[in-house]
Design a protein around this ligand. Structure first.
Ligand SMILES: Nc1ncnc2c1ncn2[C@@H]1O[C@H](COP(=O)(O)OP(=O)(O)OP(=O)(O)O)[C@@H](O)[C@H]1O
Length: 367
């Protein structure tokens, strides 16, 4: 990201691709740093206590039975540790892991080739499993159930299916959109773990660990400041830590302290609640130009110079989750929190009828 923030064009529009608070991994370089920061064992993995306890039990039981565990589905927003947990499963089971992803499997044949080369007990990690092509999905869930694939030989009317036995293996699927998985596939997972956003305390623990691994000296209040602006997401926390470290180094200071955190996060446009420029542009448009809404997604997107899809998938999830925006049948409305965050007075006390979330408004449809 450029030092002058996401408004690279200088025309007031916001470049959403340059966000330092994006939960998705950005570059190959970032992926390399991430690999170094991943906890390797369940005991080293801070946060997600419930999923960790449940998974610990499933893995321990499998170890005692000396058989592969049930297939595992991990769901949750980007950057919360699904890939990390998949790697931990393979490490805890002391089994090799094969990595693939939904978008990489566009033909059933691609998947058949992977499945037929698995060794007994191997962990097959399928990232973004909801993006697999339909015929491959069907092949996968049959293989998960029966440990068998039908290899098709020949083409057209003369084609024959030759069943191929597979050794027992474990699929670990990861998805940000569990609702998009077809039921037959979802049902083949004996254990589903849903990862939730982390508390500031857990993020502090993660940051202390990361700072140690990256040999960054940091104070407690510096770490707290970064954790509290990281949107509950370890990937963002680790990224902000590196930006604050950069700021400290450039300013001849070798310690990440409160002052460095404040200055760097201001430079990168991350405010006290972890909102960045795009988030604030959306809130300002809603409150200042449209009187708090409701306003349609398309109109709102034009007002901030972005595609509707970007506003909906990049900015909105966090703003809705944190209660800044309410999705109503007639469009998006600003909540009291949004007005207060911008230092403005809401026009009416309380929440108007059409600011109630969808589902609490009888007989109306969202457009
Ligand atoms: N509980 C955790 N403790 C320490 N670091 C974590 C934790 N969860 C995630 N991380 C770190 O955050 C980064 C992103 O994690 P990971 O790649 O596992 O997320 P993900 O959920 O698979 O994301 P995506 O959906 O984009 O694939 C990694 O560097 C990882 O080490």
């Amino acid at each position: 990201m450029s030092a002058d923030g996401p408004d690279r064009a200088g025309d007031g529009s916001v470049d959403a691709t340059a966000r330092v608070v994006d939960g998705a991994a950005a570059t190959d370089e970032e992926r390399q740093v991430e690999a170094a920061l991943r906890p390797r064992r369940l005991a080293e993995f801070p946060g997600q206590q419930r999923v960790r306890d449940q998974l610990g039990l499933v893995l321990e039981a499998a170890r005692r039975r000396q058989a592969p565990p049930d297939h595992v589905l991990l769901s949750g927003p980007p950057g919360l540790g699904k890939t990390t947990l998949a790697m931990i499963i393979s490490a805890e089971l002391e089994q090799p892991m094969r990595i693939t992803s939904g978008p990489a499997i566009q033909h059933a044949g691609d998947l058949a080739a992977v499945l037929s080369s698995l060794v007994e007990g191997e962990v097959l990690f399928v990232d973004e499993i909801h993006r697999m092509a339909r015929p491959a999905e069907e092949l996968l869930y049959l293989a998960m159930e029966d440990f068998r694939v039908d290899v098709i030989v020949g083409k057209g009317p003369g084609a024959t299916a030759i069943p191929l036995e597979l050794p027992p293996f474990t699929v670990v699927g990861a998805t940000t959109r569990a609702g998009l998985l077809p039921a037959p596939l979802r049902d083949r997972f004996g254990f589903t773990g849903h990862l939730d956003y982390y508390s500031t305390e857990d993020l502090q623990r993660i940051l202390v660990r990361s700072a140690g691994l990256l040999e960054i000296e940091a104070t407690r209040d510096g770490i707290y400041e970064i954790a509290s602006r990281s949107r509950g997401t370890p990937r963002i926390a680790n990224r902000l830590l590196r930006r604050v470290r950069d700021w400290a180094q450039v300013h001849g200071q070798h310690i990440v302290d409160h002052e460095a955190a404040l200055a760097a996060l201001e430079l990168f446009d991350v405010d006290q609640q972890g909102l960045d420029r795009l988030d604030r542009a959306v809130l300002e448009a809603l409150c200042k130009r449209f009187g708090g809404g409701p306003v349609g997604l398309g109109t709102l997107a034009v007002a901030v110079g972005e595609e509707p899809d970007t506003v909906e998938t990049v900015a909105e999830p966090y703003l809705v989750r944190e209660g800044y925006i309410v999705r109503t049948p007639r469009g998006r409305s600003a909540s009291r929190t949004a007005w207060e965050h911008l230092g403005l007075t809401p026009p009416h006390p309380g929440v108007a009828q059409d600011q109630l979330p969808i589902g609490e408004q009888p007989g109306r449809l969202d457009h």
